[in-house]
Design a protein around this ligand. Structure first.
Ligand code: SAM
Length: 276
């Protein structure tokens, strides 16, 4: 087998793949920081490293998301393990985290619910930043919840309970000060489902009936039975769903309905507060 150095890998792959992807795959295979690649371009990959890299390269060229190939994704200020059972955490979901943190007191206990927790990106970030809060993380997918549990262990977050089930079904009689959710909200016939990373992510994490609004509808309708007085519900939604969300919140008798824009100015999180 021919020898292969870091510098050769970078040159050979420049037409096939984004350089950031090559860098991340190399770091993953060699188990090194970026600085190593810069400092030792003449480093020769071992036969095993070369084989692993070439296999990953082929899968990346076929479209498999880089996060699944390297098994992790940064979100907010933490790094989450991910695999094919969970949605890859998105930067836009950090807006929901920011808005939730504004509503969680740092100095006293409160109860928070994350519906559709997946990797735990939202639940574990909030729980880590608000150690006095008691978090409940729900997902219908046992495989997703297993990833969330592992992330909680790795990130040393212990103020979280995990519940497998359909939205509120396993939470009869329980009330929370804040409910957050990034539910599936893509319409089943949306062509984006057949493009890019979405082709490889779990359908149960992405798509919903009723033009993408079915899960949002179910959550808003049931939330008043699980919120404390003055408690907040915050939901991430699609770029064109803010108005529909606020209408649903109004029908469910929420007050202080609001929608919040992402960095591109698009309304991506809506919410409302329970009346006193
Ligand atoms: C868009 S992903 C969000 C994952 C994670 N919270 C995030 O923001 O990266 C939606 C999640 O909802 C879960 N889910 C879908 N239907 C559900 C249901 N009926 N009850 C509970 N969880 C559900 C999926 O398994 C998936 O993990």
């Amino acid at each position: 087998m021919h020898s292969l150095t870091i510098a050769q890998v970078i040159t050979d792959t420049r037409h096939a793949l984004e350089s950031v992807d090559v860098r991340l795959l190399l770091q993953h295979v060699l188990k090194v920081e970026y600085a190593f690649l810069l400092t030792y371009p003449e480093y020769e990959l071992t036969a095993t490293q070369k084989q692993s890299f070439q296999q990953l390269l082929q899968r990346r060229i076929q479209g498999v998301p880089i996060a699944y190939l390297i098994g992790k994704r940064d979100f907010y200020d933490l790094t989450f393990k991910v695999n094919e059972a969970v949605l890859i955490p998105r930067p836009e979901t950090e807006l929901l985290v920011e808005l939730a943190l504004e509503r969680i007191p740092p100095d006293r206990s409160c109860r928070i619910l994350d519906l559709g927790t997946g990797s735990g990106a939202i639940a574990l970030t909030l729980a880590k930043h608000r150690p006095l809060a008691q978090m409940v993380a729900v997902d219908v997918s046992p495989a997703a919840l297993a990833v969330c549990r592992e992330n909680a262990r790795t990130l040393r977050v212990d103020n979280v309970n995990f519940v497998t089930g359909n939205w509120f079904d396993e939470l009869s009689g329980e009330r929370f000060d804040l409910i957050v959710s990034n539910p599936p909200y893509v319409a089943r016939d949306d062509l984006h489902l057949q493009q890019g990373d979405l082709r490889f992510e779990p359908q149960v994490a992405l798509a919903a009936e009723d033009n993408g609004l079915a899960c949002i509808q179910q959550i808003i309708a049931a939330a008043p039975h699980h919120l404390a007085t003055m408690g907040w519900l915050l939901l991430e939604h699609g770029h064109d769903q803010a108005e529909a969300c606020r209408e649903l919140l109004q029908q469910a008798d929420f007050s202080n309905m609001c929608s919040h824009p992402d960095l591109a100015g698009i309304m991506r999180v809506s919410g409302g507060q329970m009346r006193s």
